[in-house]
Design a protein around this ligand. Structure first.
Ligand SMILES: O=C([O-])CC(=O)C(=O)O
Length: 308
């Protein structure tokens, strides 16, 4: 039997960066699992109060859920969408995030809101620095189009357009890679963030009652342990009367795959400590980056290659 030489294609990952020294080694994250209602003004005021409470409890990084200013629905997205690039008057939700982050001198990973840009809508996460400036904007790259008959069918692509770029941002609380909900299922995104030196991945997300129990924690722990970094998720609180019922269970996972803090499905503010010195320790314990055989494996998706 002749063995045909296996020629891995060039891995698509950028070259790995060494872990940069974060401005802070230890700090508290505040994860606000918020109840979301159809009243946008109330949602904004409620989020403002939660951020204030988290900061008052010592959080230097405050994190909000996916779609916290609007019900999660294809009918709601166009109605609640805001033009983030058009300034504070056109986007009361991000105006609030900017005001509160500068007043409290905290970093805010602002969950996500429906964004309008021209004739397109996106599911967008804004990151604000301690000066209240918008530091990064991540548009959900992988749209949530799933069909599990009798359980859950949702097609975000009915109304939303997918983002085109991974988002990694340097903040006062370290280098953060951002993904939104369904983005967490694509490990390549997390690998790219890790290879660019991310300390923490933040995924605002609203998993559902079918996939949540099986996949939510599993995916977070997998992203964290494979990439040896922190992973934080923030869900809306569960509302059983809503069209889309969120799983809840916002969580912080450490670089050993350990759940450091979590909650059930009701409203809650998790305050937990992140210690980046543990990243070095875990990477010394298990030197995966050194042991990786990038010469043997490729990241090209064979299903896609053969479809062309
Ligand atoms: O809402 C989303 O984007 C993701 C979700 O529930 C899932 O992947 O099961």
């Amino acid at each position: 039997m002749s063995s045909s030489a296996f020629k891995p294609e060039q891995a698509r990952l950028p070259p790995a960066l060494p872990l940069s020294s974060p401005p802070l080694t230890k700090f508290k994250i505040g994860i606000c699992q918020l109840a979301v209602t159809p009243d946008k003004e109330r949602n904004i005021q409620h989020a403002r109060e939660a951020i204030e409470e988290a900061a008052q409890k010592g959080a230097q990084l405050v994190f909000l859920p996916e779609i916290w200013n609007s019900p999660y629905s294809n009918d709601g997205f166009p109605v609640y969408a805001e033009d983030i690039d058009a300034g504070h008057d056109a986007s009361p939700s991000t105006a609030m995030l900017s005001e509160v982050s500068s007043r409290l001198k905290i970093t805010v990973v602002g969950g996500s809101i429906p964004e309008r840009c021209g004739d397109k809508l996106y599911n967008t996460c804004c990151v604000f620095g301690t000066d209240g400036k918008l530091k990064a904007k991540h548009r959900k790259i992988h749209l949530f189009d799933i069909d599990i008959p009798g359980k859950i069918t949702f097609m975000e692509s009915k109304t939303l357009t997918a983002g085109e770029t991974p988002t990694i941002v340097d903040t006062d609380v370290g280098r953060i890679g951002v993904g939104i909900c369904y983005d967490i299922r694509f490990q390549e995104l997390a690998m790219i963030y890790a290879s660019r030196g991310a300390h923490l991945l933040c995924y605002p997300g609203a998993f559902n009652m079918t996939t949540g129990p099986l996949h939510w924690e599993l995916l977070q722990r997998a992203r964290a342990v494979d990439n040896q970094l922190y992973v934080a998720t923030c869900s809306p609180a569960r509302d059983t009367g809503a069209g889309y019922v969120a799983w809840g269970h916002s969580t912080l996972v450490g670089p050993f795959g350990e759940v450091l803090a979590t909650t059930e499905h009701d409203e809650d503010i998790i305050i937990a400590e992140i210690d980046y010195s543990i990243l070095e320790q875990r990477r010394a314990n298990l030197p995966l980056a050194m042991q990786r055989r990038g010469d043997l494996y490729q990241l090209v998706d064979i299903r896609r290659v053969s479809a062309h």
